[in-house]
Design a protein around this ligand. Structure first.
Ligand code: ATP
Length: 596
């Protein structure tokens, strides 16, 4: 353990809810954290602060930890603060009695809004001292902001933030804004790691209480039936770059199956068996895949009492023994009442084992996890198989294996480090230790985009009665707006056109949302709520004066659009706010320039 200067004792403040811990105490810790770059010192500061909080009031510990890691709920609850920069700027302007323009100007000058508000507050001449803020008041107001929706939500959110700012002293206002802007750099990695593996905050808090903040990682671990945030991959464009990337470290190449990520959790206690299947976003998909849940006993060895498996569920043709398309899989119902009604069979391809018989495995090397996977599970025809893999070393062999994966109806390859600490399973990370190599990247078409459908144009000729084309948008989380990026009319089968119309007609709205950015030249006949996300490919990206995506980012008077966009699939696993962002669109445009 590392010793740091003794922290000042925390003096509780009187509030309506009783004596509470002041928000100022937490801000002072943030300030000390900012003054050092040493990780051990940071951990020690947080550890000692949380110990103080624990002694004073255990109930406040949960909210304090949540604020330390800048969250208001576990990720799988899907509650996010979701405050865009424009709301923050408005609130700061109103709390410090200045013009929005002036706040923006200072933001340019000082670099961040936390500093702007601190300066604004310290210049303010306050007649009377505001009541001090408690940590729990800040937290409960954040929660209220996050759950505020509906027509006046922007005004309501602005009002709530302005109210908080009014009660802040200068350093408090700085950190309050940093928390809201979600750019708080010194969050505690230790806690974040724990929470991505174990998203039940109250248990984590209990363990901090028992073992202390530095040791908590060793005591709160994966738990079957609680979703783990999946590890994700980075794009690799060419087989020969892989060797360079891994610098001689051994790696394996696995088929990249084109289906739905499925994390299978299983616990057996005497006669009681529990199986839960989670999607990529930690949604409970067990009712969608009762056939997988029922076959667990067949593919888990008799000695297996608990596990968490990472798999891809793909549509499967029993008669030919071949993988079917992703489109086929998406025609499966979300909730299957009875196994007999299943028309689209699935087979699970397991590629990782995160937990086995009471032990988390994620910090073991992939080679070892794979061995355990193969030793403890049994392939079952038409139901469960191991992801096909080869440990290769030569570019030609990788290329050949990539071609084979495509022949077998896969998307390409996943390439993963096999040994040493870099081959551990990193929950929630898009890691350099997992690369994805798709045929499309190799052929230069680039990655696809996930875009939100915001409008439709009536069809002509063959498409009368259906929609002939749609207006798509990317999402700008800073401005909190959907920005039109292209019109799309290609890539749809007749049945796609029909089913999209049925689904989208349920989200028709009479006028565009105030947070849709589009030009009159692209105005559709019908507007929709932001609800559906489509994966789309295009020949390339081009600058356009009429589309608003990433407007002004590359050219002051132009946005970015897609040339020859084509519909690939519905991304049911993404919410509209998870769509490709305008920053990503700008980056894709820039990258394409480099590659030309
Ligand atoms: P994509 O559009 O490529 O699906 P994504 O953001 O959903 O992107 P990525 O990290 O880019 O996810 O790609 C990994 C995904 O590929 C996983 O989420 C999983 O669903 C799928 N997958 C298929 N086969 C494998 C495999 N062998 N190993 C890991 N993931 C695999």
């Amino acid at each position: 353990t590392i010793e740091i200067n003794k922290l000042d004792p925390i003096e509780l403040i009187d509030t309506k809810e009783g004596r509470r811990i002041p928000f100022l105490a937490l801000c002072k810790i943030f300030e000390s954290i900012e003054a050092t770059t040493k990780r051990l010192e940071i951990t020690a500061l947080i550890r000692d602060f949380l110990s103080q909080v624990m002694e004073l009031d255990k109930e406040e510990l949960t909210v304090t930890v949540m604020l330390c890691i800048n969250k208001i709920a576990p990720d799988h609850e899907g509650i996010e603060l979701g405050i865009g920069e424009s709301i923050l700027i408005k609130s700061i302007a109103s709390a410090t009695g200045r013009q929005v323009q002036k706040v923006k100007q200072e933001q340019q000058e000082l670099g961040d809004l936390g500093m702007v508000v601190q300066r604004g507050k310290s210049n303010q001449n306050t007649m009377f001292k505001p009541k001090p803020l408690s940590i729990s008041k800040v937290f409960s107001t954040f929660k209220e902001i996050a759950t505020t929706s509906g027509s006046n939500s922007i005004q309501k959110k602005t009002g709530l933030i302005t109210g908080l700012l009014a009660s802040c002293s200068d350093i408090e206002s700085k950190y309050l804004i940093s928390l809201e802007a979600e750019d708080f750099q010194q969050a505690t990695e230790n806690l974040k790691q724990v929470l991505s593996e174990f998203p039940v905050y109250t248990n984590v808090i209990d363990s901090i209480y028992k073992y202390g903040i530095s040791d908590v990682v060793n005591h709160c671990m994966l738990t079957p039936t609680l979703p783990v945030k999946p590890m994700l991959a980075k794009i690799e464009k060419a087989a020969d770059d892989i060797l360079r990337r891994f610098e001689g470290k051994p790696f394996t190449c696995e088929f990249k199956y084109d289906g739905e990520r499925s994390q299978i959790h299983f616990v057996r206690k005497d006669e009681n068996v529990q199986c839960v299947i989670f999607s990529r976003n930690a949604e409970n998909n067990t009712n969608k895949y009762p056939d997988i849940a029922n076959s667990v006993k067949e593919f888990a060895g008799s000695n297996v009492t608990s596990f968490i498996l990472d798999c891809e569920a793909v549509a499967w043709d029993k008669t030919t023994g071949k993988i079917r398309s992703f489109q086929t899989l998406s025609s499966r119902k979300r909730k299957v009442e009875n196994e007999a009604e299943i028309t689209v069979g699935v087979c699970c391809f397991a590629f990782d084992l995160l937990y086995l018989n009471g032990e988390p495995l994620i910090r073991m090397p992939l080679r070892k996890r794979r061995e355990l996977l193969h030793e403890n599970f049994i392939p079952v025809q038409n139901k469960f198989q191991f992801a096909i893999s080869k440990d290769l070393t030569e570019v030609e062999d990788i290329q050949e294996f990539l071609d084979l994966s495509i022949q077998e109806n896969c998307e390409g390859l996943m390439i993963k480090t096999l040994d040493g600490p870099t081959s551990s399973y990193e929950p929630s990370k898009r890691s350099m230790n997992w690369l994805k190599l798709k045929k499309d990247y190799v052929e230069g078409l680039g990655d696809s985009l996930d875009l939100v459908v915001i409008g439709a144009y009536f069809g002509k000729g063959k498409r009368v009665g259906a929609y002939g084309a749609y207006l798509l948008a990317c999402y700008d989380p800073d401005r909190e707006e959907y920005q039109a990026i292209c019109k799309i009319g290609t890539g749809f089968s007749d049945s796609d056109l029909e089913s999209h119309k049925v689904k989208l007609d349920e989200c028709k709205i009479v006028a565009p949302k105030p947070y849709y950015a589009f030009s009159d030249k692209t105005k559709p006949d019908i507007w929709f709520e932001p609800a559906m996300v489509w994966e789309v490919k295009a020949a390339d990206l081009s600058l356009s004066p009429i589309y608003q995506a990433a407007f002004g980012e590359i050219d002051a008077s132009k946005g970015v659009s897609l040339r020859f966009p084509r519909f690939i699939r519905v991304r049911e696993d993404k919410t509209p706010e998870m769509a490709t962002s305008s920053a990503q669109v700008a980056e894709m445009y820039e990258n394409q320039k480099i590659n030309q």
